[in-house]
Design a protein around this ligand. Structure first.
Ligand code: CUA
Length: 406
């Protein structure tokens, strides 16, 4: 290789090409992940992907043209000896009018190629097509630091025509369901909206896509797409009041399915995050079934703790004592696949960690710092604590109560 002396630019281009080829030899591009914008499952996301592809091809074409001319000029006119380096520059002209005009025309043409599908996509993604309107569900999504609240027309007021109304309670958030639609910002004092449709039923992963504070990266959500009948069943179940175990329920092991996929934890800078490796859609379906075993005594104790620790002032549990609206509604919390806004798999162990150490799971969250009395933390036996800090026994009871709420 010693004799082969390639110009620096050629060497660098070769290195760049090798770098690009690397993922192909190491298992593909990894473009089909849970949050993929390339493997999409709905018409809105597909329209957005089409605009991306048009832009990619046009800009790719421009890149190849400019890079080829640059490479050609660099190689052809490079200094071949030290005499060349000190030679007079060639005669300077003002340019070639024909080349300049052609470049302007070509640029305008390429802008038009990008602009036409972009404008079309803006209209398509803005409003739901008429043919889909009659089956559309209206949803109001509200961004909170750091969780999403969803309200359905089936329970609340009528919203106009098959849309997801996007609102925020505090700062700017962004609603993003990569495989279905997004991103659209949730802006204070401004009503935004989007619509979406999925090709098939399933479990879709979403994430806040606008920096909104300490735990922005931990502000996630899921969309569970159901058939019409299943959706109707779900809304009926969600509309029911909170479950209370019958007093003669057998005192046995807490409801837990041993077949549920185990969640792997990875430690990132001292924090634990679940990797959600199981089939989450199957998980969800399973969680819609009533619990089999219930420890009525422990559940009653948990319900009491829920009151005494002030949880009721921030969380609603319809039919029970909870009336707060600051935090997520918990009437059917046990039927959700995740807790802490999509950060943890909803298992008893995780829920316990969440109520014991909320600030470890989600730094800066209001369940830890409180919303009404800033600076009310105190030094306790085991470090800093708040009025909401619970001990192991209280946490076990709380978990039993919350996991009875299916
Ligand atoms: Cu909400 Cu980032």
């Amino acid at each position: 290789m010693r004799n082969l002396r390639l110009p620096a630019l050629t060497r660098n281009l070769l290195k760049f090409a090798c770098l690009l080829a690397l993922p192909i030899f190491t298992g593909g591009w990894g473009m089909d992940g849970k949050m993929s914008t390339i493997h999409v499952d709905g018409p809105v996301a597909r329209t957005q992907l089409d605009v991306f592809m048009v832009t990619l091809w046009v800009t790719g074409f421009i890149f190849i043209c400019v890079a080829s001319v640059l490479a050609y000029a660099t190689i052809k006119f490079r200094a071949r000896s030290s005499a060349d380096e000190h030679a007079e520059p060639p005669p300077q002209g003002h340019g070639n009018p024909l080349v300049e005009i052609s470049l302007i025309v070509a640029s305008v043409l390429m802008l038009v190629i990008i602009a036409v599908p972009t404008l079309k996509a803006i209209w398509t993604t803005y409003d739901i097509p008429e043919m889909d309107q009659k089956d559309a569900v209206n949803i109001k999504a509200t961004g909170n630091q750091w969780w999403f609240k969803f309200e359905y027309d089936e329970f609340k007021q009528k919203l106009p025509g098959g849309r997801i109304a996007l609102r925020t309670k505090d700062v700017i958030h962004s609603f993003w369901l990569p495989k279905l639609a997004g991103k659209v910002d949730m802006i204070p004092n401004r009503g935004n909206h989007l619509w979406l449709k999925a090709d098939k039923t399933g479990y879709y992963w979403g994430q806040c896509a606008e920096f909104c504070g300490e735990s922005h990266g931990l502000m996630r959500f899921r969309a569970i797409v159901l058939s019409k009948e299943e959706f109707k069943k779900w809304t009926e179940r969600e509309g029911e009041l909170a479950h209370s175990p019958s007093s003669d329920a057998a005192a046995s092991a807490p409801a837990e399915n041993p077949d549920r996929p185990k969640v792997e934890f990875a430690s990132v800078r001292g924090q634990t995050y679940a990797s959600f490796d199981g089939d989450m859609f199957e998980n969800w379906k399973e969680l819609q079934q009533p619990a089999v075993h219930e420890d009525a005594a422990l559940i009653a104790k948990g319900r009491q703790t829920f009151m005494q620790k002030g949880c009721i002032s921030c969380h609603t549990v319809r039919g029970h004592e909870g009336v707060g609206i600051v935090g997520p509604e918990l009437t059917h919390v046990a039927s959700r696949t995740t807790i802490a806004a999509g950060v943890l798999d909803n298992t008893p162990e995780n829920l316990k960690q969440w109520v014991l150490h909320p600030n470890v799971v989600k730094p800066g969250n209001h369940m830890y710092y409180g919303t009404l009395m800033p600076g009310y933390m105190r030094q306790g036996e085991n470090g800093w604590e708040t009025n909401f800090t619970v001990n192991e026994t209280e946490a076990d009871a709380l978990v039993a109560y919350l996991h009875s709420l299916r």
